[in-house]
Design a protein around this ligand. Sequence first.
Ligand SMILES: Nc1ncnc2c1ncn2[C@@H]1O[C@H](COP(=O)(O)OP(=O)(O)OP(=O)(O)O)[C@@H](O)[C@H]1O
Ligand SMILES: [Mg+2]
Length: 139
Amino acid sequence: MKRILVTHDGSKASDKALKKAVEIGAKFESSITVLSVIPDLYLTELSDADRQRLLQIMTEETQNSMEKIRASLTGKSVDAKIILRQGDPAEKILETAKKMKVDLIVTGSHGRHGAKKFLLGSISSRIVDYAPCPVLVVK
Ligand SMILES: Nc1ncnc2c1ncn2[C@@H]1O[C@H](COP(=O)(O)OP(=O)(O)OP(=O)(O)O)[C@@H](O)[C@H]1O
Ligand SMILES: [Mg+2]
C-alpha cells in the first residue's frame, strides 16, 4: 500500500475519509495525496464575468480548506501532500488515480450537496464504478 489518494470536498464525510486514510497510511507507511477538485460551472445563465468571480470564490474557499488540512497534517507521522484540480470531479479523481498509480482511493460516502436518501453520492458512486484500484468509502 504505497500510495493512497484521498478525495476531499470540504464535507464532514471527506474529513472522516481523510482521518481513516491517515490511520491506514501511518500503519502501512504510505504516501498520502489529498485531492480537491474545483468543479466546472454549468450555469448557462451566468455572464462570463460572474462565472469568473464565482470560480474565484470557490477556488479561494478550497485553498483555505486545503490550508487547514495541511496544518492539521503537519507533525503527523505521514507523508502527505495536497493537490487542487479544476474540472469534472470524478473525471479528475480517476485520472489522478491512474496517473499516480495509487493503490487505494479513500472517499466519503456523501459530500456537501447530496441527498442522504441515496446510498452514495454521484461522485463517490462514479469512483467506485470506474476506479483502477480498490476504493474505501467512509461514512
Ligand atoms: N469536488 C470534489 N473534489 C474532491 N473530492 C470530492 C469532490 N466532490 C466529492 N468528492 C468526494 O466524494 C465524496 C462523496 O461526495 P459526492 O459529491 O459523491 O456526494 P454528495 O455531494 O452528497 O452528492 P452529489 O454531489 O452527487 O449531489 C466526498 O465525501 C468526497 O470524498
Ligand atoms: Mg457532491
